[in-house]
Design a protein around this ligand. Structure first.
Ligand code: ATP
Ligand code: MG
Length: 384
């Protein structure tokens, strides 16, 4: 009897020593979540996971979902059968092409199996050769592999390929962060990068309705949804910064518009993060990319918050960021033309290296706490 299975191997998480149980449980939860709605059984066996009892016609769907889960180092679609030569051969015949070069590679997870790995290689290899005269063995660079994995309880797994997983760490293993997400290219990629390292990412967007429109908001919802395939996030929070922008525009030096707005965004993000157990802020800033993304600009926004600010793209070039955004499916959405709040009231000459003393002086013209409180009253949560 043979059954189609998917074998999942996890990435760095096996290195975590005493935390291993925690990581494995988390990984199990994340895998179960990704397989939701598909009939299956998920089992952990030593050092790997097995998806079994699914509809074989849905195997591509299962593969596509698994390939989005962080923590998956590699996976294989294979066959599970009894650990005896006849049964293994039957599976090997399915996995191996009928001509060309091949090699059998056996791993004996259950050392009680009465033959060594070399003996299994030799026996299955010989039987494959006998079955298909156009096959030949090449142990150095074969065109095809037949992997045989002898498991506990008399089971064997047979497969032909290791497919590369998404890597990274299981989401939830590395704390919680508040992602400041705009409609641009960079911030969705920043959220993806942090989730890749196991961070749970909560998305926060600032809008300037009615200066920005409903389509701009839809675009951000769509971006947040797209990265949720990887981050498991289920909501987007929005806050209106309309009054803040209007006040800054009316009262402060125009070259500081962006700098001052960014400080308000950070304050608001920190307030919300603290309320929700968020441990850091995440932005899509990249050093020197635009006038406000200088070390002076970053210093000025960091100065108003106590939480650490993670900028995973700080050392990336724009084309490197674009490459990732294309791969994760956000690029096409990000380049839609609807404006987010930063382009409203944009000054002709933004300050490139704003002095903290000047910023603080200009900020005194505003009722900072009042504006923050007022903006917090506009919080909306969009679940998806
Ligand atoms: P992005 O492509 O992410 O928009 P950007 O290069 O356009 O980035 P800026 O507009 O200078 O950069 O914004 C820098 C960062 O500030 C963004 O990456 C994002 O994290 C945050 N940010 C900017 N605008 C908003 C907004 N409307 N809502 C939430 N966060 C924002
Ligand atoms: Mg932007």
């Amino acid at each position: 009897m043979k059954e189609k299975v998917v074998i999942i191997r996890y990435a760095e998480i096996h290195l975590k020593g005493k935390n291993r149980g925690f990581f494995e449980r988390l990984f199990t939860v994340n895998l179960e979540r990704c397989l939701k709605g598909l009939r299956h059984e998920l089992r952990r066996t030593s050092g790997r996971y097995l998806v079994e009892k699914f509809d074989p016609d849905r195997v591509e769907e299962i593969e596509s979902r698994i390939s989005n889960v962080f923590g998956v180092h590699s996976y294989s679609v294979g066959l599970k059968t009894e650990a005896d030569f006849d049964a293994i051969l039957e599976c090997a015949l399915e996995v191996c092409p009928e001509e060309g070069t091949f090699k059998v590679e056996t791993h004996r997870g259950d050392k009680r199996f009465p033959y060594t790995s070399m003996e299994v290689n030799a026996e299955i290899g010989a039987r494959l050769l006998a079955a298909h005269p156009k096959l030949s063995v090449d142990v150095h660079s074969p065109a095809a592999y037949v992997y045989v994995d002898i498991r506990e309880r008399g089971a064997a797994l047979v497969f032909g390929e290791f497919k590369k997983g998404r890597g990274g760490m299981p989401v939830g293993a590395s704390g919680k962060g508040m992602l400041l997400i705009s409609g641009g290219i960079d911030s969705p990629v920043a959220g993806y990068m942090m989730a890749k390292r196991g961070m749970q990412v909560d998305c926060l967007h600032f809008h300037s309705y009615p200066h920005t429109n409903e389509l701009a908001k839809e675009k951000v919802v769509s971006l947040a949804k797209t990265i949720s395939k990887f981050t498991n996030a289920y909501r987007l929070t929005t806050i209106s910064v309309t009054r803040i922008q209007e006040e800054i525009h009316a009262k402060c030096a125009p070259e500081l518009n962006v700098t001052l707005l960014r400080r308000f965004m950070f304050r608001l993000a920190e307030r919300l993060a603290k309320k929700r157990g968020g441990q850091c802020l995440i932005t899509g800033e990249s050093l020197g990319q635009v006038a406000s993304q200088t070390i002076e600009g970053m210093t000025s926004s960091n100065a108003v918050v106590a939480l650490p600010v993670l900028r995973p793209l700080v050392g990336f070039d724009k084309d490197e960021i674009i490459e990732i955004s294309r791969k994760i499916g956000t690029y096409e959405i990000s380049v839609e033309p609807y404006e987010d709040c930063c382009t409203v009231f944009l000054p002709d000459f933004p300050a490139i290296k704003p002095k903290l003393s000047f910023i603080e002086e200009e900020e005194k013209k505003l009722d900072v706490e009042g504006l923050v409180e007022d903006a917090l009253a506009s919080v909306e949560v969009i679940s998806f």
